[in-house]
Write a protein that binds this ligand. Structure first.
Ligand code: GLN
Length: 508
């Protein structure tokens, strides 16, 4: 197997035993990038030099350690040292452009690292580059990126999902081993499902957002994307933990997520919310998810039908609250201190207006208008306040369901990956793709998407949802399922489209 297609866990062992060097691993990933990136476009920025330099440093450390006992110790304390990671482009990286997928920040180079970036660097992980995303994380397909869309490695005529589409496609294609994403309404889980990888949205407050480009601050969470559940647990271990720089950060000891794997699901009460298996869900997706439920049942889990009756209102409420928060968060992009500034404006206010009008894409403008309207005096009670009340009802539904069961199982998405261009001109159809993921963010819960087979050659995601801070239960259940079910082949080879022939050849 190619180095770039191995899991972080496998590579970690090979690196610790010095069967392979970090430089070799990084080179293998860049070889794959050189071969496939032109077709897939997972990245906005690549940092070949920086990655190789960091890999050399990890190798040198290991060589030093190998002389004493430090080598073994280091392998235990920094298991992900030397592992290549792709970073969503809304996470601040010192010295490396951070665009948030927007033309507004095309030339912005942050002077500081996000807390999660500090953590991955301290763990010895190698940042390969910054991945493509929907502009400011608003979207479900990477098509709202200010630069270009990313393509799904399983079928390059299709989208990889979004907004962390570049991260998911990179992991699926072997253009990275692990990746970071952010999830406001499904942006880690939905692209993970569409690309056949694992994505985890942690409990709100478990992972620091310091240095994350803010979209909907009461929902945003940073989390891992990986090829399997064990790798997901390993990366979450690095990311989780209290950060005084994020006021919503939870003060609590981080459990050992890797140790939580293993064991079975005997006696585990698994709830199936009936609203998530409605006729709106593609029949192939439903069948794949129900087959996964059967695997849990055969393992001894007790399957119970439950109801989350306010599910049908969650989407509408989300699309009032998230744009409201975004309209406030994006007010900072005024062209004064950083970001795009329109030239030639006669006064400051015109400069603000033109800078924003010229650099934001249509989806971001739509959200700012929606949010500003929902927050305006006279409409606040009717829209924003009412949406917040619905949010409470959605959360109470989950509280009631978790009184009856321990984990909820649903599809991650109502369909498999759709075609490029299919929904981009129909915002409502695009918003509907997050119908299964959004309620989880509204209730601040952790959830994971795990591949559960293919329908029409495209991956399907199984979503597991747990009560707040029960990531261990989530990972254990997902790991059990993954071990019991046949895994996907995780590196689909994107079929390059035939080159258009030069006209002279065509005429022959
Ligand atoms: N697709 C949803 C939106 O556009 C959620 C995106 C996200 O999770 N960042 O708002």
């Amino acid at each position: 197997m190619k180095l770039c297609e191995m899991t972080a866990y496998e590579l970690s062992a090979a690196l610790a035993e010095r069967r392979v060097s970090a430089v070799e691993v990084v080179k293998a990933v860049f070889e794959r990038i050189d071969a496939w990136e032109e077709e897939l476009r997972c990245y906005i920025t690549l940092d070949r030099e920086g990655a190789l330099a960091a890999a050399r440093e990890v190798d040198a450390e290991r060589a030093k350690g190998a002389k004493g006992t430090k080598g073994a110790k280091e392998a235990n304390s920094r298991p992900l040292a030397g592992i290549p990671v792709a970073v969503k482009d809304n996470l601040s990286t010192r010295g490396l452009p951070t665009t948030c997928g927007s033309r507004h920040l095309q030339h912005y180079i942050p002077p500081y690292d996000a807390t999660v970036i500090e953590k991955i660097r301290a763990a010895g992980m190698i940042v390969i580059g910054k991945t493509n995303m929907d502009e400011f994380a608003m979207g479900s397909s990477t098509e709202t990126s200010g630069f270009y869309p990313t393509r799904n490695p399983w079928d390059t005529a299709r989208i990889p999902g979004g907004s962390s589409g570049g991260s998911a496609a990179a992991v699926a294609a072997g253009e990275a081993v692990l990746a970071l994403g952010s999830d406001t309404g499904g942006s880690i889980r939905q692209p993970a499902a569409f690309c056949g990888v694992v994505g985890l949205k942690p409990t709100y407050g478990l992972v620091s957002r310091y240095g994350l480009g803010a979209y909907g601050s009461s929902f945003d969470q940073v989390g891992p994307l990986a090829r399997d559940v064990r790798d997901t647990a390993m990366l979450l271990q690095v990311l989780a933990g209290y950060d005084p720089l994020d006021s919503t950060s939870i003060h609590r000891e981080v459990p050992d997520y890797l140790a939580a794997l293993g064991g079975d699901v005997r006696g585990l009460v698994v709830g199936l919310p009936q609203e998530y298996f409605s006729p709106g869900i593609d029949s192939g997706v439903r069948a794949a998810v129900l087959a996964a439920v059967k695997v849990l049942e055969e393992g001894g889990a007790i399957i119970k039908e439950v109801s989350l009756p306010h599910t049908e209102y969650a989407l509408a409420a989300f699309y009032l609250i998230a744009p409201s928060e975004c309209s406030s968060n994006l007010a900072r992009f005024d062209g004064i201190r950083y970001g795009y500034r329109a030239a030639g404006a006669p006064d400051t206010v015109t400069m603000f207006c033109r800078s924003r009008a010229e650099s934001f894409g249509p989806e971001v403008k739509r959200r700012i208008m929606l949010g500003t309207y929902a927050l305006s005096s006279g409409y606040y009670d009717a829209y924003y306040l009412k949406a917040q009340r619905v949010r409470t009802l959605v959360k109470q539904d989950f509280d009631k369901a978790f009184a009856e069961c321990q984990v909820l199982v649903t599809p991650t998405t109502p369909t498999t990956a759709f075609r490029l261009g299919e929904k981009i001109n129909d915002p409502l159809a695009m918003y509907m793709t997050d119908i299964c993921t959004i309620p989880v963010n509204m209730a601040a819960l952790p959830a994971i998407s795990v591949p559960c087979g293919l329908v029409g050659g495209l991956p399907v995601g199984l979503q597991l949802i747990a009560p707040v801070l029960q990531e261990e239960l989530l990972l254990r259940t997902a790991y059990y399922y993954e071990q019991a079910a046949a895994p996907l082949s995780h590196c689909p080879k994107p079929e390059p489209k035939p080159e258009p022939k030069p006209s002279s050849e065509v005429s022959k």
